[in-house]
Design a protein around this ligand. Structure first.
Ligand code: DGL
Length: 267
């Protein structure tokens, strides 16, 4: 029987994991849940992030998934340590795999991390990187506004490139050779980010690294197209979600359901 895999995010960012998962492991059945109504999580308190993440996990447990990828660095940093004690189901966060990939990629051992306000405040990446290599130098920067731009589908153009470059100015001074995109919304800004930091900086997509880590290699399918029956759940506006998701996945999606978390369900 096909594995049922849940993917959760505060909004559309986790779609960057779903794209990779659908492409390489099309046999699995995916249920994607975006809490778009309450996005962004990054500026919220730890208690709120934990409670909202808990509600998302509960929803997918009710829908009988076999495992859940927490495709949200903010929820991984703040809520995963608590939630993995509360639920029996495997919960897979994105930070450890992102840190591992960065340590492997970096030659000069100067690694930068960008993420939401809460992720950077938690220092989860710094701790994960230092645990793997105590000699590594880490520069962290909160770029919360990138999330708003992606949710509003503002992802290209010269005005955006200038804003991204201005925000990432301190990274060029740090002269890192590796930059962790420590928020699953950021791969959508990969082009402008790469341009801002220069071609010689290697970008790590923490979400993508996680998908590769958790999906069994022997079940991977190369180059085969299988019609996807992924279910999409959002707490926000269905049509907004559809337009970003279709753009990102490059295919029309039929099954989107509006849900209310922590309360009565709505169709
Ligand atoms: N996509 C999320 C992350 O990886 C969260 C963005 C937000 O809600 O602030 O951190």
């Amino acid at each position: 029987m096909a594995q049922r895999i849940g993917i959760i995010d505060s909004g559309v960012g986790g779609l960057s994991c779903l794209v990779e998962a659908e492409k390489s492991w099309p046999d699995a059945h995916y249920i994607y849940l975006g809490d778009n109504l309450r996005c962004p999580y990054g500026p919220k308190s730890d208690d709120e992030i934990i409670e909202y993440s808990r509600q998302m996990v509960e929803e997918l447990v009710r829908r009988q998934v076999d495992k859940i990828i927490i495709a949200c660095n903010t929820a991984t940093a703040i809520a995963l340590p608590i939630l993995e004690k509360e639920f029996d189901i495997p919960l897979i966060g994105v930070i450890r795999s992102g840190a591992q990939a960065a340590i492997k990629a970096s030659v000069n051992k100067k690694i930068a991390v960008i993420g939401t306000t809460a992720t950077i405040r938690s220092q989860s990446y710094t701790k994960a990187l230092k645990a793997l290599d105590p000699h590594v130098e880490v520069h962290s920067l909160a770029t919360q506004e990138f999330v708003d731009w992606v949710e509003a589908h503002e992802i290209s153009g010269s005005a955006l490139e200038a804003k991204v470059a201005e925000k990432l100015q301190s990274l060029t001074e740090f002269s890192c050779d590796t930059l962790i995109l420590g928020c699953t919304h950021f791969p959508l800004l990969r082009g402008p980010i790469q341009k801002a930091v220069g071609e010689n900086v290697f970008l790590i997509d923490a979400g993508l690294e996680t998908v590769h880590l958790v999906m069994p290699e022997h079940e991977r399918i190369f180059g085969e197209y299988i019609d996807q029956d992924t279910e999409f759940l959002t707490t926000g506006d269905k049509e907004n979600f559809r337009s970003v998701a279709e753009w990102w996945l490059g295919r029309p999606i039929s099954s989107i359901q509006s849900i209310v978390l922590g309360g009565e369900k709505d169709e």
